[in-house]
Design a protein around this ligand. Structure first.
Ligand SMILES: O=C(O)CCC(=O)C(=O)O
Ligand SMILES: [Fe+2]
Length: 238
């Protein structure tokens, strides 16, 4: 099936029409079941291609020497702690794959869904959807007890929203505040197909993944075990 057919101008998703957007914090919107199962499966197939691309999945090593349990492959720009580069200089030095056009369109739809058509209706946030153009994606893979500690996404030189998509096993997503990596925070379950957008006043909120629940990937999502998370960002780099 073609990209245009899978991600048409108007997303028609009768099976998820009742799963409404939820405001988690100002500027932070969770839309359960946003991707159809067919879209999830198609993205999982692309994930298989990305991981066979120039740069393999890798677990980043933090400056203190600690290796992350999550493995990541990047599109557009390569993220390494704590900067973006065009070449994966901490892996094999090769340039990362281009950021796909379909993902730009999907990212824009996501921000519209969160801030314009159904989520948080707020003029300053709605404006963020107009020409949202993500240029980097971190595609994270969680398996075997992988988790991600509380952190801010702050290596971008832009305060444009972050768009997060989840496929596969359900996880616990801890969404905190912009001041500390501790309480107050809200715990949200992100399931296969869910969209989470955080921007505006929540753009620099601490967040993390304390836990992924094994054996919870739904039939048909394309992944029998593990969890894929795509976070799209605007780097502000050129
Ligand atoms: O896996 C997730 O849902 C979050 C990933 C994340 O926070 C990141 O890649 O910066
Ligand atoms: Fe993050």
């Amino acid at each position: 099936m073609s990209e245009d057919a899978l991600f048409p101008l108007e997303l028609v998703k009768p099976e998820t029409h009742d799963a409404g957007p939820r405001l988690v914090a100002p500027g932070a919107v969770h839309i359960p079941g946003w991707l159809t199962v067919e879209q999830q499966r198609w993205i999982v197939a692309r994930f298989g291609e990305w991981t066979q691309g120039p740069v393999p999945l890798r677990a980043a090593t933090l400056p203190g020497g600690h290796q992350m349990s999550v493995r990541t492959v990047c599109l557009g720009w390569h993220w390494q702690p704590y900067r973006y580069t065009r070449e994966a200089t901490d892996v094999n030095g090769r340039p990362v794959l281009d950021f796909p056009d379909w993902m730009v369109r999907l990212g824009r739809k996501a921000v519209e869904a969160a801030y314009v058509s159904g989520g948080e209706i707020d003029e300053s946030l709605s404006a963020l959807a107009t020409d949202y153009t993500p240029d980097a994606a971190l595609v994270n893979f969680y398996d075997d007890g992988a988790a991600m500690g509380m952190h801010q996404d702050k290596d971008e030189r832009s305060n444009a929203p972050v768009v997060s998509l989840s496929i596969g096993e359900t996880c616990l997503f801890r969404f905190g505040n912009t001041q500390t990596r501790t309480k107050p925070y809200k715990d949200v379950e992100l399931r296969s197909g869910d969209l989470f957008v955080f921007g505006g006043p929540s753009r620099f909120a601490y967040h993390g993944i304390p836990k992924v629940f094994p054996d919870t990937a739904p039939d048909g999502c394309g992944l029998s075990r593990g969890r894929i998370n795509i976070t799209m960002r605007v780097t502000g780099l050129s």
